[in-house]
Design a protein around this ligand. Structure first.
Ligand SMILES: *Cc1c(COP(=O)(O)O)cnc(C)c1O
Length: 243
């Protein structure tokens, strides 16, 4: 297992580098996030010991279960799954960033808890750029007004936008939902809102890493290509099921 993970990491870094080269981008602009849902802590540890510094979990339960083994390791933990409001307080014990901020009620609860703790938190706004019912995230046309509302919450530091693009066997079908995230960022930039001049794009997974980098991704979130398949058979990408 250890050798597999290390070998896969080398391959993924090579893919990132190649995609950057093709896109004429500096590989330093693209960070790798280990998407670790269902991955045992001991396997995550192998990747961290190989030099990875960023991971993302989808569930509160998994954050808690793996905490003992991971908390002393030099890794930054993000939350990338659908976050129920009643789990905010617990999740905040483990993460430094929530990439899946997708509604006002969640922003309200985060603000409240963070105020209590006298701390700030990095957030990404999740956008449903593929308009699929199986995915969470704000509708693209809601993003700007959402940002204007939560800008007043001084506990939330908006770091960027996140999307799970449309996954398909055909490349051409996957590109628009990635490109849209960048378009939304351009719209935000056009508004010249204070403090929002450097927003990162978190997009690209095992299947669409190269396309996402071509479209400007700054964080690719990779699970399967590093840790192997999560379950046998056909994997249907459905955030509702994942929850
Ligand atoms: C699982 C997951 C990923 C990684 O997907 P892979 O296809 O396994 O690379 C990325 N982002 C989110 C939000 C995920 O839940």
């Amino acid at each position: 297992m250890k050798n597999d993970i290390i070998f896969n990491l080398i391959k993924v870094h090579q893919r990132i580098e190649d995609a950057c080269k093709t896109a004429g981008r500096n590989p330093k602009e693209v960070q790798l996030l280990l998407a670790t849902k269902t991955v045992p802590a001991e396997n995550i540890r192998i990747a961290i010991e190989a030099g990875e510094t960023l991971m993302g979990e989808n569930k509160m339960q998994e954050l808690r279960d793996k905490d003992n083994e991971l908390k002393h390791l030099p890794v930054e933990r993000h939350f990338i799954g659908h976050l129920q409001t009643n789990k905010v307080k617990d999740v905040l014990k483990y993460v430094t960033c929530i990439q899946s901020l997708d509604r006002l009620s969640l922003a309200d609860e985060l603000h409240k808890q963070l105020q209590n703790q006298n701390r700030k938190l990095d957030v990404f706004i999740q956008v449903n750029t593929s308009y699929e019912e199986s995915k969470f995230g704000l509708a693209p046309e809601e993003v700007l007004s959402f940002i204007k509302k939560i800008k007043t919450y001084d506990t939330l530091q908006i770091k960027g936008l996140m999307t799970i693009g449309l996954l398909d066997v055909e490349k051409e079908k996957m590109i628009p939902s990635l490109r849209l995230l960048k378009t939304i960022r351009d719209e935000i930039y056009n508004e010249k809102i204070e403090g929002l001049s450097d927003l990162k794009l978190s997009m690209g997974m095992s299947q669409d890493l190269e396309l996402a980098i071509a479209e400007g991704s700054n964080i690719v979130r990779i699970g399967t290509s590093i840790f192997g398949n999560r379950f046998l058979g056909k994997e249907i990408w459905n955030e509702n099921i994942a929850e």
